[in-house]
Design a protein. Sequence first.
Length: 533
Amino acid sequence: MKMKKTFKNLVALVIILLLITGCSNKGTETSSGKPKGEKSDGNDNSPIEMTFAVGRVDSDVNFPDGQSTKENKWTRLVEEEVGVKLDVTLAMKSGDEYTQKLNALIVTNDLPDLFTVRGEDIIQMDQIIEAGLAEDLTEVFEQHASPLVKELLPAEALEPLKRDGKLYFIPDLQRPSEDGSMTWIRADWLKKLNLPEPKTFQDVIAIAEAFKEMNPKQNYGFEAGTSPYGMYSLSGLFSAYHAYPNAWIKDADGNLVNGNIQPEMKDALQSLQDLKKKGLIHNEWTVSDDGERSRQDYINGKLGIHFGKWWAPEWPLQLIKDNDPDSEWKAFPFMSIDDKPALHLQETVQANSYYVLKKGYAHPEKYIEMVNLVAEHYWGEDPQVDPEASELWKMAPAHLQPWGKNIVFQQSIEEAFKSGDDSKLHPGEKQLYDRIQAYKDGNDEDWGIALEYGEGGSLGLYDSFDYINNEFYGAPTTSMTSKQANLDKLFLETFIEIVNGADINKFDTFVDQWKKQGGDDITKEVNEWYKSK
């Protein structure tokens, strides 16, 4: 879960909370003494001022037509259409450096009027809300958001993101299912070996064995590793055995349990051990598993099965296509080892970033008008798209898209190809449609796009998947902050030892240790949080 990546910032944020406790109600005036958001000089025609920090784009990025982070299409549109002079005070790409700079602004009580928080920085977002630094947008959103905005930000997606029933930010939403993985298999190898397409995970294992036999000295079957990337690369195998590492899932009684200690995990680890003995996992799977070796092995024709996202054809599979033009890949849902469906794990909520209005801004309705403007610009009756390769969309004061945009795009593009009529496509869809047509005309550089958005594209699979939610999406509980790191280490050690040949019953010992060393405490707190939601 993305939230887990931010544990390292927790101590710093606790210190920040202590520093801002006494000043959370300050800083709502301009240098002239006027409340933030009031007009600068009393002239009715002068624009309202709003400072803006955006963690999406490098400050030195090349914009079209000589535009910049300070002066661009969006600063102009917002002033012309909404009457707000948007002053971009910080613009840099989303990363740890931006998070640190935002933390510094919190400490000095110098937050801009509008700022973004990275989607994975859920701890930081919760601390900002708890410190009273974020404006409550619940009522102003309900009163001023356009019907189009409410369509793009559906209640089902917003509700889990609220805190105590209140909306404190405008999220850059992503449909959770669009983040799910699928099974990618080299279709040209299936054809070469005269193998049928798989229907069960036993079939997938048999295909891996056949691919290895093509070149037994170099080929193997599955990616594997010990980092989050390595775990992700085995997602289809875990799901085949109904195991969900690092996830909080519902049990038969409706309580949340940790996937790492369930009996299904034991079955998955036994399978991994068996696969390693057969040479279907790289013998040095625990070494340098940042994914680079696997990428090179794909390119060099050593691997033909990949558990990856819908965008895998663009990366890393396009790299293989570039190296071997005859290579072809096909996407399949996850397959099960038994008669129960293999479920695709998804987060309950998914946000790429949060747009936050600082507490005390005098005209919060003006911000919602800006959100309306963004929605109308990109998704209204006369939608616009930025010039190709432009970063301008990142400078908008919100980022909105249809719920499941990429799935919607694939469906529209597929229909356009079937009907031969592309006149009704959104401009963004039309750009992709043209690239797919370019591939059909012989341009292999757009092979990946065609495999994603074209007829029978990977995005079209998502609506047929069966899902299971990672149900915990809150800030770390009290026991997590002190005990989770040790439990993660304990699981990783057990995982490695069993795959490398240890007695499978070592898993039972691990479960006992996990519970006694803080797992039971964390489980209790997670369920208290869950019931409170």
